[in-house]
Design a protein around this ligand. Structure first.
Ligand code: CA
Length: 159
């Protein structure tokens, strides 16, 4: 009994500490456009991913779900085992995308903040800019000007 409690306790801890994504098929239906709609509850770090349909949060049986569409044309030549594999591969692909999106959010935010914050007080300036002309629109630059804010320019010698 103690062992069972320990195992149950460990499972609860493992559930709460779960980091990553999970997906559960909640409902399967056929839509009017001849495809199968697989409603999937996705979780990222244990938190449901919200999906809005026509502006309202889509829920089935109290669970946030997102649709996964399978065209009949993708299904007709598959055995039941192949169908299950197809669904598994595609839903796991969505899980991968959720992990990547979360990773990019965190790493990008940290990278941007730490990189740019090192530049506080940094000043930048330019006195001139280059303008190129392709007068006959053949992809070859015909003229280059170095221009300034006072309206002056210098034409570069082009070969
Ligand atoms: Ca040209």
């Amino acid at each position: 009994m103690k062992i069972a409690s320990l195992i149950l306790g460990f499972c609860l801890i493992a559930t709460f500490a779960f980091a990553g994504t999970s997906a559960e098929i909640i409902s399967v239906e056929q839509d009017t456009r001849k495809s199968i709609v697989i409603w999937v509850q996705y979780k990222v770090d244990g938190i449901e991913v919200e999906y809005y349909e026509n502006g309202s949060l889509k829920k089935i049986d109290g669970k946030c779900v997102a649709p996964f569409y399978m065209q009949y044309s993708n299904a007709v030549d598959k055995t039941p085992v192949e169908l299950e594999e197809w669904v598994k591969v595609n839903i796991e692909f969505q899980c991968d995308n959720l992990i990547k999106a979360k990773f990019y959010d965190i790493t990008n935010a940290e990278l941007i903040a730490s990189t740019i914050s090192k530049k506080i007080g940094q000043q930048y300036s330019k006195e001139e800019a280059e303008v190129v002309f392709d007068i006959d629109n053949d992809g070859i630059v015909d003229k280059k000007w170095t221009v300034k804010t006072d309206g002056t320019y210098v034409e570069a010698v082009t070969p």
